[in-house]
Each structure stands twice: as structure tokens, then as C-alpha cells.
Design a protein around this ligand. Sequence first.
Ligand SMILES: NC(=O)c1ccc[n+]([C@@H]2O[C@H](COP(=O)([O-])OP(=O)(O)OC[C@H]3O[C@@H](n4cnc5c(N)ncnc54)[C@H](OP(=O)(O)O)[C@@H]3O)[C@@H](O)[C@H]2O)c1
Length: 270
Amino acid sequence: MKATLITGASGGIGKVFARRLAEEKHNLVLVARSEDKLAKLCNELMDKHAITAHYVAIDLIDFEADKRLYDQTESHGLEIEWLINNAGFGSMGDFARLELENEIEMINLNITALVALTHRYLQQMRTRKRGTIINVASTAGFQPVPFMATYAATKAFVKSFSEAIAEENRLHNITVTALCPGPTETNFFDAANIGSDAKNAFLKRGMQTPEAVVEAALRAVKGGKSSVVSGWSNYLTARLGNFVPNSIITRAVAGVLRPKFEEKRQIEQK
Ligand SMILES: NC(=O)c1ccc[n+]([C@@H]2O[C@H](COP(=O)([O-])OP(=O)(O)OC[C@H]3O[C@@H](n4cnc5c(N)ncnc54)[C@H](OP(=O)(O)O)[C@@H]3O)[C@@H](O)[C@H]2O)c1
């Protein structure tokens, strides 16, 4: 049976992808850690859209989780025609003071799991000569971001990797798209322990809904684009890096964020 696999489908952008593609009659494999949320969503989508929806509750950071997930879809005879690598998280703070384990786990989820799943499912897509892969990057991946150093670097990787393999696979009838959302109304900020100050700053700038992000992604896939920034203002901000050197951008971003972290450090030291 043909199916679409979505990682990080228990909430936020991934959940909206699931709802939207169920409307288009995609059979689904939904992946995340929260089994209860996945089970509920599967039932809802099967009832509403007469599709088949499986879920796999798994921590993609675990050793060989990608292999276990792949083996499960194989043993159920599922042909993954669409792969949406969406699971990811961020962190914010002075890198030297962030917890190392969390930074490494972020790299393992945002990069290692994404590369491993892409490699595994690409083999089948090559054989069938068709497939769609959406890798969720971020506008944070367009330039270095002080105080979100690791996260922005993981997303720069996702964007670069996806654009490169998009070209490698173009002649194999496989579309690969790096989806680059800006700030979006999801649980991302809470999951990343981004304080209310920073969250409010993003809120003031205006956040997109996950629905708008998913529509931008699906339009880009239809147009065969190797990357897309969702939203015009995000597009313009992301493109700033084409005209302004990184040294100036990083100084400006740090100018805003450094005082917040200095203040926090001083309070903690008292
Ligand atoms: N929201 C934004 O402002 C924004 C902007 C740009 C890019 N993005 C990117 O968009 C993607 C989706 O994030 P979101 O905004 O929808 O955030 P979210 O609401 O926090 O959703 C993250 C999803 O990833 C899953 N997940 C987290 N850790 C996991 C793990 N170890 N193994 C398996 N699944 C895991 C979560 O489910 P469980 O907790 O159930 O595992 C959840 O379904 C991420 O890659 C993020 O970097 C977000």
C-alpha cells in the first residue's frame, strides 16, 4: 500500500501536514514519541477521510531508530511515496552555558535521523522512479544565529543537504524540497525552552499559522521547487543575507539577544 510518512506528526506543523494530506486521500504513517496523540489523530483521520493511518511511537534520537522505523513500514508492506522529515527542536542561549547533551540530541534529531530516513526511503523511490521528500529546515538556516547557534546550524545543514539531493534526484522523478518556515504558532518555543521575552518578540513580529506553512510547502512540491520560504516577510528577511555580510547580521542579532542572556546570567549568579 502506498503511504506518506510524517515525522513529528503529534503536533504543530507535522499534525497539519497529516490533516491536509488525509484530505487528499494519502494513507499515512505518523511518527513521534507521544503514542496517545498519534493514536487519537490516526483514528480521527481514518474516520473522517476513509484512509488507512498507522502510527509508530518512537524516539528518533534513539540508536538505530531510523532502522526500526524502516523495518516496521517494510514489514507492513508500506510503500513510502512521500517522506516528510519534520520532527525537530531548538534551543536558545549562550552556547557555552547550554546543556551539551541537549545540543547533541538536537543534532541527532534535526540532522542524523533526517539523513538516515532520507537515505533509507530514497532507495525505494529510486526503484519506483517516483517520490516526494519534504525536509523541514527554517529561515534560521539562512545565516548564523548567535544564541541559537546549534539550531541554526542544523537547519543550514538541512537546507544545503536537501537542495543538493534535489538536483541529484531530479532526473529520477523524485522531488526533494527544503521547507523553510519562519516563526510559526506551534509548541516549538515551549519545547525549546525559549523564554516568554523572546517568544513575545516573535509574536510581535507576527507568526504564521502551521496551516499557511503547509500550504506553502505543498505549492512548492507541485512546482518542483528545491526549497521554499513560507511567507513574504520571512522570504525578505531570509534573503537579507544575500546582501549583508554574516558579520553584520550576527552582530545585530547578538546586540538584541546578548543583553537578555547577560541579565539572566547576572540574576542566576546572585
Ligand atoms: N515553530 C516554528 O517557529 C518553526 C520555525 C521554523 C522551523 N520549524 C521546524 O518545524 C518542525 C516542526 O516543529 P513545530 O514547530 O511543529 O514544533 P512542535 O509543535 O514542537 O512539533 C515538534 C514535533 O516533533 C516531534 N518530536 C520532537 N522530538 C522528537 C523525537 N526525539 N523523536 C520523534 N519525534 C520528536 C514532537 O512530538 P513528540 O513530542 O510527541 O515526540 C512533535 O510532533 C521542526 O523541525 C522545527 O525545527 C519550526
